[in-house]
Design a protein around this ligand. Structure first.
Ligand code: B1M
Length: 211
């Protein structure tokens, strides 16, 4: 089996030390860092994302796979940078003001990284200005907001209004999610997209980036 396929297989099984070892072996064999990333780590994470969407695997499996991805990336990152491999895009993510829930937001961040994005994580309880500053400083073209409380969902609208006030609405796209959030809420507040789960969020970010 090609070493990149082995990396994907081990990532799917969540075998973090093995993934790290195989990434190093692939580099030693002279395989290009971008090939290791796309055909090994991202390919494995895509499988996990699809299985998660179909409820074939659950949050713990995704977290374990994401840890394996992280360990592989530790070895690969310096070589990607040296080879001039750029992320496919940049996404700022955070849980909105007043909201401290971050498990779902972290899963979304991991799936985005797994899809090849650079993720700028603003953490929890993020004020609108924090989202916007992070996007402006990093050059991100998408802001992702998570909310788990019905009482904090309106903070998503505040971010969109602040973007509009700064003349950035449309230039920086917004995507939202979290258990109480729906597509109709996204439409109501003028968000550019809604995703129901972490794997769909990565697909949505790719679509938003292209449009
Ligand atoms: Co909270 N809590 N909590 N809580 N908590 C809920 C959300 C609640 C539904 C529980 C309940 O009453 N049944 C309820 C909300 C009710 C409501 O508003 N309708 C609630 C409440 C009331 C509260 C407090 C107010 C309780 C209190 O203090 N009285 C308080 C609020 C604190 C605050 O935020 N200001 C509070 C506190 C906490 C803990 C700190 C104890 C803890 C959070 C720990 C942490 O996150 N580090 C906690 C937890 C764990 C929960 C439950 C049990 C689980 C949430 C979770 O992590 N789910 C939750 C009940 C439940 O959901 N069963 C509950 C797993 C996670 C993977 O799913 O976050 O939905 P989720 O993310 C999914 C999707 O939604 C989507 O992708 C993820 C993966 O598929 N997604 C996105 C999420 N963000 C996205 C962003 C995207 C796209 C998709 O684009 C950017």
């Amino acid at each position: 089996m090609a070493v990149t396929n082995e990396i994907a297989e081990c990532l799917i099984k969540g075998q973090a030390p093995k993934v790290k070892e195989l990434v190093q072996a692939a580099l030693d064999q002279g395989i290009a860092p971008a090939v290791i990333l796309n055909e090994g780590l991202i390919a494995g994470m895509n499988v996990i994302g699809e299985r998660f969407k179909k409820n074939e695997v659950y949050v713990p499996e995704v977290l374990i796979a994401a840890r394996a991805m992280k360990m592989g990336m530790e070895v690969l990152k310096p070589r990607l940078a040296a080879a001039g491999v750029e992320p496919i895009g940049k996404v700022v993510i955070g849980t909105v003001k007043g909201d401290l829930h971050d498990i779902g937001k972290n899963l979304v961040a991991m799936m985005l990284e797994g899809a090849g994005f650079q993720v700028i994580d603003c953490g929890i309880d993020c004020a609108p200005e924090k989202f916007i500053k992070a996007a402006q400083e990093s050059g991100a073209t998408v802001i992702g907001m998570s909310a788990l409380l019905t009482t904090t969902m309106p903070a998503m609208k505040q971010v969109i209004e602040a973007l509009a006030a700064a003349g950035l609405k449309g230039k920086i796209k917004t995507m939202i999610g979290g258990a109480p959030v729906t597509q109709s809420y996204a439409d109501e507040i003028g968000a550019d997209g809604y995703a129901a789960d972490a794997a769909s969020a990565a697909d949505l970010a790719k679509t938003l980036m292209r449009n």
